[in-house]
Design a binder for this molecule. Structure first.
Ligand SMILES: NC(=O)c1ccc[n+]([C@@H]2O[C@H](COP(=O)([O-])OP(=O)(O)OC[C@H]3O[C@@H](n4cnc5c(N)ncnc54)[C@H](O)[C@@H]3O)[C@@H](O)[C@H]2O)c1
Length: 276
């Protein structure tokens, strides 16, 4: 894939799944890549693959919830590469549990990583992206940032918030005449470790859900997802839907308005019989 030669791209959560595939695809297309994650082992694997391609890479352990560390990291990456053109705020976690039985701390944790992690990354890098003269903020929401399902209130909240934040930012950059493009990513089911890495409220059959996710709800590979995302970035899309499921479900939501809720509940009951 062409179009990123000479660019410096930052990818959070680059030790696994979509983030790893994005980093490698960016490296293949000529970008220098700054990768970070809390998972040292996964991160080392990504670094090794980038080095094998010959892509310039900088590797850091970074927890996206640590705001001060993120600010220092942004300065360090600019110092290292001389500039930053793109940030992919990709790091994320999944959680399953109904509101009734979910402790506050679990909702806060999901918001901390999935929403505040994106805000921290955006704000830490925004001045540098503006200064680059050719910047791009790419924030990973979800199909669950377009519609809600039972058991996903915490994740839905974070991903809807990412969408609101990112769509406002895009308009702000345009209104201010800043040289920064802004794209929201809405992946459908992507074959990654996200459900295996998830946590859940007491009594949730996490193993069963993970099996359903891995075997029935995911069709798109991380590599395919990365190509779709980078294509959307190159075309300066406001919104990128990743996967056929994302396109179909987004269309159903637009056509049915709030009517999708009744429809999806009955589908969920069939897919995950003991969930609700
Ligand atoms: N896989 C899907 O079906 C799917 C669908 C919609 C959206 N998404 C979103 O895509 C993004 C990537 O997820 P994935 O599917 O590749 O999952 P994944 O679990 O394979 O990768 C996520 C990575 O983020 C890292 N991470 C978690 N918490 C972190 C933190 N606090 N700081 C830094 N890194 C952290 C993990 O260590 C992991 O390497 C997430 O934002 C996720 O919500 C995934």
């Amino acid at each position: 894939m062409q179009g990123f030669a000479g660019k410096v791209a930052v990818v959070t959560g680059a030790g696994s799944g979509i983030g790893q595939a994005l980093a490698i695809e960016l490296g293949k297309s000529g970008a220098s890549v700054a990768i970070s994650d809390v998972d040292a082992e996964g991160l080392a694997a990504t670094e090794e693959r980038l080095k094998a391609i010959g892509a310039p890479v900088r590797t850091d352990r970074l927890d996206v919830t640590e705001r001060e560390a993120f600010e220092l990291y942004a300065d360090a990456v600019v110092e290292h590469f001389g500039k930053v053109n793109q940030i992919y705020n990709n790091a994320g976690i999944a959680y399953v549990g109904d509101v009734e039985v979910t402790p506050y701390k679990d909702i806060e944790r999901v918001m901390d990583v999935d929403f505040w992690g994106v805000v921290n990354g955006t704000k830490a890098f925004l001045p540098h992206l503006i200064a680059s003269g050719d910047g791009h903020v790419v924030n990973v929401s979800s199909l669950f940032g377009i519609f809600s399902v039972p058991g996903q209130a915490a994740y839905n909240s974070a991903k809807f918030a990412v969408r609101g934040f990112t769509e406002a930012l895009r308009q702000e950059m345009q209104a201010a005449g800043h040289p920064v493009k802004v794209t929201t990513i809405h992946p459908g089911g992507i074959k990654t470790a996200i459900m295996r890495n998830s946590t859940a409220a007491e009594g949730v059959d996490r193993e069963g859900l993970t099996k359903t996710f891995d075997t029935r709800l995911t069709r798109t590979t991380p590599e395919e997802a990365a190509k779709i995302i980078l294509d959307g970035v190159r075309k300066d899309r406001a919104r990128v839907l990743v996967g056929a499921d994302a396109k179909i479900l987004d269309a159903i939501v637009r056509l049915t308005g709030s009517g999708y809720q009744r429809l999806f509940l009955s589908v969920m009951k069939r897919l995950v019989p003991n969930s609700h």
